[in-house]
Write a protein that binds this ligand. Sequence first.
Ligand code: NAD
Length: 359
Amino acid sequence: MSNYSSQSVKDFAKTVLKGFGCAESEAETVASHLVDANLTGHDSHGIGMLPLYGEQILDGNLVPNQTPLLHEPVGAISVVDARRGFGHRMALEALDHAMKCVPEHKVAILALRDSGHVSRVGTYSEYCAARGYVSLHMVNVVGHAPIVAPFGARESGFSTNPISMAMPVEGQARPLLDIATSTVAFGKVRVASNKGEKVPPGCLVDEQGLETLDPDPMAQSRIGALSAFGAHKGSGLGIFVELLAGALASTDTVATMEHLPHGVINNMFSIIIDPTAFDSREAVERRTMDFYDFIKTRQPAVGTESVLLPGETEQGNRQERSEHGIPVDDETVRQIVEIASRFSLSSEETAPLLIPVKR
Ligand code: NAD
């Protein structure tokens, strides 16, 4: 495990993406997204995704430089067919298209369909907040067998189905909630397996439906299942993400979508709201921050330093990792160099781009 400068991690990722066939601007967008996921501490959605993307391109299920199909909005509702393009770029273009409805309706609803992996969903809340909008995003995950056990089941029924939402305060997403509806994202199980670590309690069940801390059977052979967070409540939310992003906004849920080799397809259901439809921007921001500050004054539990709002861990990680570098384990680097070599990029063209930061 070494810490690498964020700029060098981005250069490394961008070179690999260009090797995959992405044009300069798409490689820039995707690499920026992945490195920012690493910076915020979500290594599960950072550059460690590149081997999967490479496999998907080789299988024909992820299309570099795709042009999304932007359907004419119906009222405030926009449908965008990503046609399996890189989700990081497709989602931003789809949000730009949907947001054109906001001046007239004060709200926009987006259905992004059949997209490549959109990765860290909080990115899209931040994108909307930077434009002054409140937003909610729900993403279902199809194209492979489900990996999360519904409450009470010994087998999987849906996937990690994340939700993100944020309020805009001075162009920042504050607070910013960004969660999988499983206790942990699948990528965190992969990262734990790559590092030879156990997962915390409450994350995984084995094939009997009993708790296990060993990430390897799930990470390497898909044996067992992730647990939904919060027992029946998180499980219920995961089911509704599937229904809103899949049954309503898209054409498939996990019950009907074919299983692809290395398949990870996302559908995203987003609601984007102009807060000025309710009150002045300043008044909404003031109430948001009054509540934010109120939460910050709550006495921490014994053993806890301070009460954090959603989004604070990401802010702290961004600052720390910008300064001290992004930790990337050797196995992840090896996997990325290996997939790049299958696109005719030699290890001399990729690995040396990573520049360690001395701590
Ligand atoms: P997580 O369990 O780390 O939870 C993250 C959320 O909890 C953030 O909002 C964070 O600010 C907040 N948080 C963390 N510690 C906190 C504390 N001490 N007090 C208060 N709030 C705290 O993340 P996760 O659920 O494992 O999800 C990780 C990432 O995976 C997310 O970025 C998500 O969008 C992404 N994801 C993507 C997909 C996809 O298919 N595209 C699928 C699943 C997850």
